[in-house]
Design a binder for this molecule. Structure first.
Ligand SMILES: Cc1cc2nc3c(=O)[nH]c(=O)nc-3n(C[C@H](O)[C@H](O)[C@H](O)COP(=O)(O)OP(=O)(O)OC[C@H]3O[C@@H](n4cnc5c(N)ncnc54)[C@H](O)[C@@H]3O)c2cc1C
Length: 450
């Protein structure tokens, strides 16, 4: 029987689901899958993006773990595609590759002052509080008033983590350095800005409602943002999510404030104009233009300029994928150009043997569950394309191990991940915490390879 030797690059949910779907797929060939991951631990943004105080979502790791624990997929962690292994290497040892490298960096926001000291990308902040090994251990929380720009769930995550009392994060898996810095945080005012109206937000209702449940944090919304036009009323009547979101806002408006020590302000109809520096050259305020509904489902500027004093700005305007060596990249959308997961070369022709799935295929939108349907589509093409797979010179399973060892790559495997997992759980146990994450990469590798 023919055998498909498949490489998957990126062990986030998209890569793991793709492997699982292929193994369960009806097919007339055997399969052997190697999963390459640049980090010593798998699970991508479920481990390093989903907020630590969302244990239910983090729990998806258990389902992903079950797939890996079946033992029919080999993992090579701490292996960076483009440096430790290349496209030419993959062509030598595999019949095909699926890229599922996701997205980790912030999309740009093109306004003056966005590069000032004190202005950050929310993705960097997320990577810091989720203990990503490639990000600094320190985070300079040095201002009482901060702004978050964006009206999606990442903006809510960042705002919640900035407003929440550190002790309320203790039951979670946050690393010790993150707890210490949040515990000493001077932040009392968190301002969230969205360009459009309250019925046009991209928040999910659950995440929004959660803000109102934060201990000792008052939610502040402004009546002027709730003078609904016909389009807003129609959205509330026709869309269940918007209906619930409006109910949450209504409750906050009715309740008023309770004199909490921290406040989370939601500002709508606020188009970012400029981040303004103070005399020390650091972020001192945020200028925005008041907008209003344009009657066609969008907004238009009113010319009224407002400003709020803040010492830090976090832009949460989306994630963006990164290019991979030898693989086409759409610079505008931050994705690998593809047709239903079949990667397209510059001439728009399908590149034989090369596939994409997850956020790097579709762009950084959508929930973990969406990466499953993505993977189904990509895997279906891979199975159908058997006649155009690569013909590797050395498809043996040992050859890849030999290659990485020869290059001195300190790769980690499934056993190594189990060791790290147990180590983190043991670190948490005396403190009655589910786990405490190990952050430094060399420590992760050392524990995994012990
Ligand atoms: C802040 C935040 C919060 C979120 N919260 C939720 C939530 O509550 N619920 C929900 O359903 N979804 C949530 N999501 C969305 C969810 O995380 C994504 O849908 C999902 O992780 C995308 O999966 P992916 O596998 O495509 O990418 P990723 O999860 O990004 O995985 C990609 C993997 O590829 C690896 N990689 C990248 N480049 C290379 C390379 N060159 N070589 C080797 N490996 C590489 C990365 O290290 C990573 O492990 C959130 C996302 C973010 C950013």
């Amino acid at each position: 029987m023919t055998k498909l030797r498949l490489a998957i690059v990126g062990a986030g949910p998209a890569g793991i689901y793709a492997a699982d779907i292929l193994l369960k797929h009806e097919r007339a060939f055997d399969v052997s899958i190697d999963l390459f991951e640049q980090l010593p631990a798998p699970y991508g943004l479920v481990r390093y993006g989903v907020a630590p105080d969302h244990p239910r979502i983090k729990g998806i790791i258990s389902a992903l773990r079950e797939v890996l624990d079946r033992g029919d997929i080999r993992i090579f962690g701490n292996v960076l595609f483009g440096r430790d292994i290349t496209l030419d290497d993959l062509k030598k040892h595999y019949n095909a590759v699926i890229f599922s490298t996701g997205a980790i960096r912030d999309a740009d926001l093109d306004i003056p002052g966005i590069g000032l000291p004190g202005s950050y990308g929310a993705a960097d902040f997320v990577s810091w509080y989720d203990g990503h090994p490639d990000f600094p251990r320190e985070w300079p929380l040095d201002s009482s008033s901060v702004a978050v720009i964006g009206n999606g769930n990442v903006a809510l995550d960042a705002a919640r983590m900035l407003a929440k009392h550190a002790d309320d994060l203790l039951p979670t898996e946050i690393p010790a350095n993150v707890y210490d810095i949040l515990k000493a945080s001077p932040v009392t005012e968190v301002h969230v800005f969205g360009r459009r109206g309250p019925t046009q937000v991209k928040f999910s209702p659950l995440e929004l409602r959660e803000l109102g449940e934060l201990r000792d944090v008052d939610m502040i919304v402004h009546d002027e943002d709730f003078e609904y036009d016909d389009a807003a009323r129609a959205a509330i009547a026709s869309n269940k999510q918007i209906f619930v979101i409006d109910k949450v806002f209504t409750k906050w408006r009715e309740e008023g404030v309770e004199g909490a020590s921290r406040r989370l302000h939601l500002h709508f109809y606020a188009k970012p104009l400029e981040v303004v520096a103070g005399p020390d050259g650091r972020v001192a305020s945020f200028r925005y233009e008041r907008t209003r509904p344009d009657g066609a489902g969008g907004v238009e500027g009113t010319g009224e300029i407002r400003s709020v004093d803040v010492g830090q700005i976090y832009r949460a305007v989306g994630y963006f994928g990164s290019p991979l060596d030898g693989i086409p990249f759409d610079e505008r959308r931050g994705v690998i150009p593809n047709h239903e997961g079949q990667v397209l070369a510059e001439d728009n022709e399908i590149m034989p043997g090369v596939y994409a799935t997850g956020w790097i295929k579709r762009g950084p939108v959508g929930l973990i569950g969406h990466t499953k349907s993505d993977a189904m589509e990509t895997v279906q093409h891979l199975v159908n394309d058997q006649s155009s797979w690569w013909s590797p010179a050395d498809p043996s399973e040992e050859s890849v191990v030999a290659l990485l060892e020869e290059r001195g790559v300190e790769f980690t495997d499934l056993d190594g991940w189990h060791k790290l997992d147990q180590h983190e759980i043991a670190l948490g146990a005396p403190h009655e915490r589910a786990r405490i994450k190990v952050v430094p990469r060399d420590e992760m590798v050392q524990i995994s390879r012990a």
